[in-house]
Design a protein around this ligand. Structure first.
Ligand code: SF4
Length: 345
């Protein structure tokens, strides 16, 4: 029997709703959720394929015991947890609590972007008179791209700066440049005002963010992961340079639901032990010393905070007896506290 369950797309920070079609509890596809306020029934191909490739990894409770053993003997200053926007707000809160109680480092890296307290809404984008877009947003975040197209149809002037001439975003620009972010901001210094919006999904350096902020425009950073905004509400963002420095000083890396190997040009084999908690295989599991299977977002309840700061809850699409991050962390924390009380109190 067919059934449709509503959830959120996990593939970028736009925060689109998505309907999942189940046939006797097996996922067979996706379906537009017409009333969803963010995407009004549309999903891009990344969103539609997000329900594929949810692999099954075998759970072995002995591996979790081995991980706890490794953490007991680790120097906490040299343990770093990857604080990824792929996780729900609830999972991130648990990871943060674990790190604070055990003295572990937290690595909150989000595309070399940071959090801004006040950001433009998607409606602001649609109604803007001047839009400055940095990066290929139409291709990488298509359902924000739709708002940009509507703004242009409403008469907005569109300035685009992107590496790729001929990209979907460059094709609709009134003015297209392929400059460094610094040069783009300097070139347009006379065009910015408090009515303009700068929308960006990539910058050349962390310092560019100060230049963008200094224009006085409304800002909208669009992150590549569904809950990066939620992550950066809890922990300050690390720049790429700071992230690499922290990785260089790490002996034990805890990777919660992320494929960090694909984000950094870094020799992860130089880290003594990589412990990954993941719902499916990826390049990071390939180099990990321990892999602990966890529930995917399809099997979980939680919430994501999207790029415009809207926190939306989602429920599980199907049941699973796997553990989620919160349960795993409760277990790790409980075992570590028991150990420290026994040997150090
Ligand atoms: S724009 Fe982003 S959130 Fe929306 S469907 Fe595409 S990948 Fe998912």
């Amino acid at each position: 029997m067919f059934e449709i369950k509503h959830t959120l797309c996990p593939s970028c920070s736009v925060g689109c709703g998505i309907n999942v079609i189940l046939d006797n509890e097996e996922i067979v596809g996706t379906f537009p959720y017409k009333r969803h306020p963010v995407n009004e029934g549309k999903n891009c191909s990344n969103g539609r394929s997000s329900v594929e490739n949810i692999g099954e990894l075998p759970f072995d409770s002995k591996v979790l015991g081995d991980v706890v053993g490794k953490l007991k003997s680790a120097d906490s200053d040299k343990v770093t947890a990857v604080f990824s926007g792929n996780n729900s707000n609830e999972d991130l809160q648990a990871i943060k609590s674990l790190c604070e109680s055990q003295g572990f480092n937290i690595l909150a890296y989000a595309d070399n972007l940071k959090n801004f307290d006040s950001v433009a809404s998607y409606d602001d984008v649609e109604n803007a008179s001047k839009l400055f877009v940095i990066g290929n947003v139409l291709y990488e975040n298509p359902l924000i791209g739709r708002r940009i197209v509507r703004a242009k149809e409403n008469g907005a002037k569109l300035y685009v700066n992107d590496d790729l001439e001929g990209s979907p975003t460059s094709n609709i620009a009134d003015e297209f440049t392929s400059l460094s972010v610094k040069e783009f901001i300097e070139n347009n210094s006379g065009n910015f005002d408090d009515e303009s919006i700068i929308l960006f999904n990539s910058v050349d350096s962390f310092e560019d963010l100060d230049l963008i902020e200094g224009t006085g425009s409304k800002l909208l950073p669009v992150y590549s992961k569904s809950n990066s905004k939620g992550a950066l509400n809890l922990v300050d963002a690390a720049s790429k340079d700071d992230a690499l420095e922290l990785l260089n000083n790490t002996e034990t890396l805890l990777v919660f639901n992320d494929d960090i190997v694909n984000e950094f040009d870094f020799d992860f084999k130089s880290i003594s032990q990589v412990i990954t908690f993941t719902p499916s295989k990826n390049d990071t599991t390939e180099i990990s010393d321990f892999v602990i299977p966890i529930k995917s977002w399809l099997e979980s309840d939680g919430s994501f905070t999207n790029a415009e700061g809207l926190t939306q809850e989602f429920g599980s699409v199907y049941e699973s007896d796997k553990m989620g991050i919160v349960e795993i962390i409760e277990k790790i924390n409980g075992d570590l506290e028991w150990f420290y009380e026994l040997y150090f109190s």
